[in-house]
Design a protein around this ligand. Structure first.
Ligand code: NDP
Length: 227
């Protein structure tokens, strides 16, 4: 076994693709999802019920994993929501859309990471991957699209930097990775990349990024992304 990876939002989209890719590469996959009936059937993929919005759900997932597995070698915070269509004007966006995006895309990552740090600390080579987006790049923003989503991903990028600084001493690197524009429910059918292409590249990058690069923002092939 190459290692144990916990992937959130693993029942569909990129999370499901990552679960299949890691399993095919010899990893044991803890596929966390709200609806575990949708998780891929594979002996190396173990479904774990987990809703990133719920303290109870996350702590019970952590207890289940602590009881059945020695450690977590990699945590992939993949879950996200994209409220609205993306082209709404600021004055037309309900405040709840911002709250929903922040609750899942930022606070969800915090809740999950905190709960699984004790299991990550039991690994000799733990790492944390936050799946971000080019939409979170502040320095190149020239449009007003995707307000709730892009604001939450910019916050996730800051969270990644801060976590990387805090856990550097413990040698737990933290990276923000953009998967590219991918054909999923979120990415839509016009996206150029298939889930398999994105997951294949992400697998290589997540397993190869070195500790010294902790706190960085990268594309799926490991190219440096602007903040
Ligand atoms: P999808 O919308 O296809 O899937 C989102 C996943 O998140 C689903 O598995 C969903 O589970 C899960 N999820 C949502 N809310 C919760 C919750 N409260 N608890 C647990 N799971 C939850 O998105 P993608 O696969 O396209 O996106 C995956 C990641 O990649 C996201 O972080 C996204 O921001 C990022 N990304 C995607 C791009 C793209 O082009 N697709 C581009 C850039 C970044 P459920 O089935 O239960 O709803």
């Amino acid at each position: 076994m190459a290692g144990i990876v916990l992937i959130t939002g693993a029942a569909r989209g990129i999370g499901r693709g990552l679960a299949k890719k890691f399993a095919a590469e010899g990893w044991l996959v803890l596929a966390a999802a709200r609806r575990t009936t949708d998780v891929s059937l594979d002996p190396a993929i173990h479904a774990i019920p987990l809703d990133v919005l719920s303290d109870d759900s996350v702590s019970s997932a952590a207890a289940t994993i602590a009881a059945g597995y020695p450690c977590i070698d990699m945590l992939i915070n993949n879950t996200a929501v994209f409220p609205g269509e993306g082209n709404e004007r600021l004055e037309d966006i309900p405040a709840e859309w911002f709250e929903d995006a922040f609750a899942t895309n930022v606070v969800g990552v915090i809740r999950v990471t905190r709960a699984f740090l004790p299991l990550l600390r039991k690994s000799a080579s733990a790492r944390i991957i936050n799946i971000s987006s080019g939409a979170g790049t502040v320095s190149e923003k020239t449009d007003s699209a995707y307000y709730p989503y892009s604001v939450s991903k910019a916050a996730l990028n800051m969270l990644t930097r801060a976590m990387a600084a805090e856990y550097r001493e413990e040698k737990i690197p933290v990276f923000a990775l953009s998967p590219g524009w991918v054909k999923t429910d979120m990415g839509g059918s016009a996206a150029p990349l298939s889930v398999e292409e994105s997951a294949g590249s992400l697998f290589q990058t997540t397993t190869r990024l070195e500790l010294e690069k902790s706190g960085g923002f990268f594309g799926r092939d490991g190219e440096v992304y602007p903040w």
